[in-house]
Design a protein around this ligand. Structure first.
Ligand SMILES: [Zn+2]
Length: 315
């Protein structure tokens, strides 16, 4: 009997991104814990380190870069009560415009994307992403729902899926973030948008954000359901992931009538169904799903890899 083995690996021109963490507060926590969900750590700090590296491997398989992406990560006490809790926050450490071979002029690019485009580290020794996570969750302040540290499956009911939380926050750090002011709609440095902002479009005004005045843009931030992502890679792949959350055939962004600092604009709409990783609240999602997000990064200018498929063959 012939045996056919099919193994599809990355095409050779792809360079999966490597992440390196600078583990800060909370990653050396010596509290003894029981291994769970494939996470073999026996202290809280060790489980956190193991989980973060597992998360990085998911992004690394989808985002291409020759330059190691350096992430400063720490745990600190953030807002937490039985009704709501902040799980984390993250962003690029800085944005830059005017670098050699910049694809779109007069545009702020996040540090990790500049490195990926240029193929060289523009600022060795400087971190690309900074991320904070809420240490209070593990005290049970959020209705007893502590973080689930498993790395090979979904969190059991009542636990908070840290794997998805970290995936989400690193997504912001890679550039899933607007730079428009939530106070007046202006762009920084006299009007330079982030690369993300170049794809934000209002279907009611029929204008991209970059063609608006500051007051127009300020009004557009709360113009649900008319704020959409106008990038071809997201648009062309969206129907593979969601059946709801569209306007004019484009995927909606989060633009509720009352502005939500830290959430408005820099997420997909919570109307998306099934839930997406980059919605403002952790939804009903598989622990390791990144769904549409890689296509948004492709719109921003990253090269991305296809899903990896391993098959053991058949006889
Ligand atoms: Zn977010």
């Amino acid at each position: 009997m012939k045996k056919l083995v099919i193994i599809l690996l990355f095409p050779i021109y792809c360079q999966a991104a490597t992440f390196q963490f600078n583990f800060g507060a909370g990653f050396n926590d010596a509290t003894v814990v029981t291994p769970e969900g494939g996470n073999s750590g026996t202290t809280l700090g060790a489980q956190r380190q193991i989980l973060f590296q597992a998360v990085a491997n998911v992004w690394g398989a989808r985002i291409q870069s020759n330059v190691t992406i350096v992430v400063d990560a720490s745990f600190t006490a953030l807002t937490c009560n039985p009704n709501s809790a902040v799980l984390g926050s993250a962003g690029p450490t800085s944005f830059h415009s005017g670098f050699p071979s910049q694809p779109i002029a007069n545009t702020f690019y996040p540090r990790s994307l500049i490195d990926a485009i240029r193929g060289v580290n523009n600022n060795p020794g400087v971190s690309d992403i900074t991320a904070q996570f809420n240490s209070a969750i593990d005290t049970g302040c959020f209705n007893g729902g502590t973080y689930y540290y498993g790395i090979n499956g979904d969190a059991p009911p009542g636990r908070v899926q840290l794997f998805s939380t970290v995936l989400h926050e690193i997504g912001h750090g890679l550039g899933f973030i607007s730079l428009a002011s939530l106070n007046d709609g202006s762009f920084p440095n006299g009007g330079i948008p982030a690369i993300y902002d170049r794809f934000v479009f209002d279907t009611e005004d029929n204008l991209p954000w970059t063609a608006m005045t500051n007051p127009q843009r300020f009004a557009s931030m709360i113009n649900d359901p008319n704020l959409i992502w106008n990038g071809n890679n997201v648009t062309n792949n969206a129907s593979s992931f969601i059946t709801q959350g569209f306007n004019s055939g484009k995927v909606r962004l989060f633009a509720p009538a009352s502005l939500q600092p830290g959430s408005s604009v820099s997420h997909f709409s919570s109307a998306a169904f099934p839930d997406l990783l980059m919605e403002p609240s952790l939804g009903n999602i598989a622990f390791n799903q990144v769904d549409l997000s890689p296509f948004l990064f492709q719109d921003l200018g990253y090269l991305i890899s296809s899903d990896v498929i391993f098959a053991n063959g058949f006889e």
